[in-house]
Ligand binder design. Sequence first.
Ligand code: RTP
Ligand code: MG
Length: 148
Amino acid sequence: MERTFIMVKPDGVQRNIVGDVVTRFEKKGFQLVGAKLMNVSEDLAKEHYKEHKEKPFFGELVDFITSSPVFAMVWEGENAVTVARKMLGKTNPAEAEVGTIRGDYGLQVAKNVVHGSDSNESATREISLFFNESELVNYTKLINDWVY
Ligand code: RTP
Ligand code: MG
């Protein structure tokens, strides 16, 4: 089963959207493996977003993500990475389709409510950056290819 790292960003936490994001992933059929409300340190923010370190918005991005708590999650299920990215919508909420999380809840690219891993490699890297193995919970749910 694939896993992906999803994070409600500070704007989503401040605007009380955590529950809606969790509900969407639950209702879609994914299984929650780990979750926590946390502050992101400057070091963690820079490591997490290191692919963007030369971009003009990098400083603003790090400042924003460290400004207030985030809600970090690991979700598991079939094609979790690709499906979650579809559920998030395009990076810029102004261009994201209605029905996606960013399309329904956001207005500004710099404050686009949620983060989602963009590949399996990113997911593995990001999950290990944000979670210890002991924080990831293995459990059996009455879930199969038709009960979800
Ligand atoms: P994310 O990593 O947060 O899931 O978003 P993404 O893959 O859709 O977009 P990415 O290209 O990885 O950009 C990371 C985050 O940087 C912010 N951004 N700001 N001010 C700007 O022009 C600008 N461009 C990107 C966004 O918050 C984006 O999610
Ligand atoms: Mg990205």
